[in-house]
Every structure is written in structure tokens, then in C-alpha cells.
Write a protein that binds this ligand. Structure first.
Ligand SMILES: Cc1ncc(COP(=O)(O)O)c(C=O)c1O
Length: 386
């Protein structure tokens, strides 16, 4: 059988605007083409996303407010985006797709609503600050210690549930932003559900690489809450998503209230709430963010996750093999656990200096620092330096 290869020039390049791929930068070695290896932080838009946004803006009008033509068209596009996201994630009709500005806001939203419910939130020690700090503000948090390389054992998580009988929610990353490791989220969902708890998956490093299937609510392996950001999936227009059970949201006084989220106020200042998704969508929404995510989904689906995986895994494998051949380079992820991120160091060099040299001498953009995962950083550095 002939091996199918994915060609950058023919298949990947046309997905993006030419001008954003051809940025020239001055380096100490002359002018070179900018090489951006920092896509785990954020991504540039697909050309199709730009086009959709541009077209949408021609008839842009107030969402959920006016009765004029612009308002009708914009509201329709906004609600269609919500439906598109619902289908894409496999969320049941008993779920709400709530728009947020990013994953951080989505998790803060969930954490605020969960803080009104008794019990503990179980988090792992490889979480990004955005899936740790929001829980600390108002919820009792227990932390699960992953293995020294940041992977987890399902049995150990089960043990956490056995020894803490009041865990209400497991909040876990779908893919580590440091190593790309993907915890077995559906197995973990089953464990959480057996103990009467729910699961929230921070999918913002997963959804651009792999299908995230929430599964029907009667499946014990279903995901209760999923959060992600448009800007990490080629739709950087300020949109994010929190998917969760309708019944959970309907029960709660919304995280934020104000104009447009269907909270009626009587003359004697009594609040009357309406159980709809819009009740969790206060103020004029970011319709551009929403429709850009829906378009990015369409593009991802048309490429197909198999092809995305094949292309990305080819790139990271080539990169890790090359890195390992360079003297002094220490790689903090094994090839068997390789996702789409490669954490590395150069012995004796400050990582920020490495990043600056890559930029100034080679025009290569990487990221240095703790990546908002302080505990995980401490762990993996110990692992290699021992
Ligand atoms: C795993 C993970 N969770 C959450 C976030 C926060 O995402 P945002 O900045 O879009 O809110 C990031 C961002 O890098 C991340 O990598």
C-alpha cells in the first residue's frame, strides 16, 4: 500500500491567508521567513474563517434585540453557530452551549455555579492555571498527584474518589499544554459518575487535534462540561464555549446577569428568570466570536481529524528526533507520550535566553516560562535533572 503523505504546499498552505504565512523578520543572520512554533498558545485564523467574518459583518446587527433585518440575520447566524457547536461536540439536546470569551471565562463561569453546591472539586496537578485558580475561588479543592511525567493512572483517580466521598466534580484537562498528554477523559468520566460526581474537561488543547465527543447523557462515559477557546482552533475572534447540562444551568441564578439575558425585573425589584440558554448570555454577545468558531469547526471537519493527526504527528516526530540530536538538548516528553507539544531545555541555558536566541538569530517563535502550569513544571524538571 502506498503511504499517503500530506504536502504543506498543496494542502496546508491554502488553508491560511498567504500574507500571514509570509511574514519576514530581520535576524542577526539576515531576513528570514517567520517560523511560528507557538500554536499551543494561539493560532492564526483559517482564510475561510476570515471570509465568513467579513461577510457576516456586511449585515451585522444587534443579536437578540432588534426586529430589523440586520438583527434577524445576525441573530440567526449566532444561534446557528450554537447549533453547529452542539452537533460538533455531540452534546445532547439536554445541554446548553454557552458562549464565553475564552476557556478561562468558561471555567470561571462553571466554577462560580459549582461554588453554590456542597462538595469538593478534584483537579490534577498538571492543570493550566485557568483550570485550577477558578476552582480555588469559592470551592474546596483536592489535588490529584499525577505520575512524575504528568501521566495519570485511572486506578489512582478511582482511589481518590474512594477516599474522598464528597467529590462533586472532577476538573481535568483534555490535553496538557506542556506535554500534549491526553488523559483518558471518558474512563475518568465513568469513574466520576460511579461516585455521583460530574466531570468538566478543559478541551482547549484537544479540540483542534482530536474529535471531542461529549456522548449522550445516558452513556456513563459522557462528559458533563466541556470548555474551549476559539483562538486555539483557528478562530481568534474572542469567542469561547462552555457546554454543560441544561438542567444544571436552569437551576442556577446565572453567573452574570444584565441586559438581554431574559431576566425580568418587577416594579418591586423581584427577579423573574427564564430557563433558556440566553439566560446565561448577558449583554450584547460576541457574535463574531461565535460564528468564527462555527466556521473553524466546518474547516476542521472538512480536513478530517485523521489527516490532521497524520500531519501533526509527522511534524512533532520529525522535530523531536531532530532536537534529540542536538548536544545539550533535554526533551521532557517521551516519544511514546508525544502529543503536539515538545517541552525542552538546553543544558546550562536559561530557557528565556534560548527563546530569544531562536527569535533573534533564526526567526523562530517558541515560548519560554512555566506555561501557567507551575506544579507540572517543577515536576518534570525534577524528573530529568535527577
Ligand atoms: C490547557 C489550557 N487550559 C486553559 C487555557 C486558557 O485558555 P484561554 O487563554 O483561551 O482562556 C490554556 C491556554 O493556554 C491552556 O493551554
Amino acid at each position: 500500500m502506498q503511504r499517503q503523505t500530506i504536502k504543506w504546499e498543496e494542502e496546508i498552505k491554502p488553508l491560511f491567508p498567504e500574507e500571514s504565512l509570509e511574514i519576514l523578520v530581520e535576524t542577526t543572520r539576515g531576513t528570514v521567513r517567520d517560523v511560528n512554533l507557538d500554536n499551543a498558545a494561539t493560532t492564526i485564523p483559517f482564510s475561510a474563517v476570515n471570509h465568513t467574518v467579513f461577510e457576516f459583518l456586511k449585515t451585522y446587527g444587534s443579536v437578540h434585540r432588534g426586529s430589523g433585518q440586520r438583527s434577524v440575520v445576525s441573530t440567526q447566524s449566532y444561534e446557528q453557530a450554537r447549533d453547529r457547536i452542539q452537533q460538533f461536540t455531540g452534546a445532547s439536546l439536554d445541554s446548553y452551549v454557552v458562549f464565553t470569551k475564552n476557556t478561562t471565562e468558561a471555567i470561571n463561569h462553571a466554577a462560580q455555579l459549582w461554588s453554590r453546591i456542597p462538595g469538593k472539586v478534584l483537579v490534577s496537578d498538571i492543570e493550566h492555571s485557568s483550570n485550577l485558580l477558578p476552582w480555588l475561588a469559592g470551592n474546596e479543592v483536592v489535588q490529584y498527584r499525577t505520575n512524575p511525567n504528568g501521566t495519570l493512572n485511572v486506578e489512582d483517580v478511582e482511589e481518590m474518589f474512594r477516599t474522598n466521598d464528597d467529590i462533586k466534580l472532577l476538573a481535568i484537562t483534555g490535553s496538557s499544554n506542556v506535554t500534549g498528554y491526553k488523559p483518558p477523559i471518558h474512563d475518568l468520566a465513568e469513574i466520576a459518575h460511579k461516585s455521583g460526581a460530574k466531570i468538566l474537561v478543559d478541551a482547549c488543547q484537544l479540540i483542534q487535534h482530536q474529535k471531542v465527543d461529549i456522548l449522550p447523557t445516558d452513556d456513563p462515559r459522557h462528559l458533563d462540561f466541556v470548555a474551549f477557546s476559539g483562538h486555539k482552533m483557528y478562530a481568534p475572534f474572542g469567542g469561547g464555549v462552555l457546554v454543560g447540562p441544561k438542567e444544571f444551568f436552569d437551576r442556577a441564578v446565572p453567573y452574570q446577569i444584565g441586559g438581554g439575558n431574559l431576566t425580568y425585573i418587577s416594579r418591586d425589584l423581584q427577579l423573574k428568570r427564564f430557563p433558556t440558554v440566553q439566560a446565561h448570555d448577558p449583554g450584547t454577545p460576541n457574535a463574531v466570536g461565535a460564528i468564527s468558531i462555527a466556521k473553524a469547526i466546518e474547516v476542521l471537519e472538512s480536513i478530517g481529524y485523521d489527516r490532521i493527526h497524520k500531519y501533526e504527528s509527522g511534524l512533532v516526530r520529525t522535530a523531536i528526533r531532530g532536537l534529540k540530536q542536538i548536544d545539550g538538548v533535554e526533551v521532557y516528553v517521551s516519544e511514546s507520550e508525544l502529543g503536539s507539544v515538545i517541552p525542552f531545555d538546553i543544558a546550562g541555558m536559561d530557557s528565556r535566553l534560548t527563546a530569544e536566541i531562536l527569535r533573534d538569530d533564526y526567526g523562530i517563535g517558541v515560548r519560554a516560562g512555566s506555561f501557567c502550569t507551575y506544579e507540572f513544571m517543577r515536576k518534570i524538571k525534577e524528573l530529568v535533572l535527577k
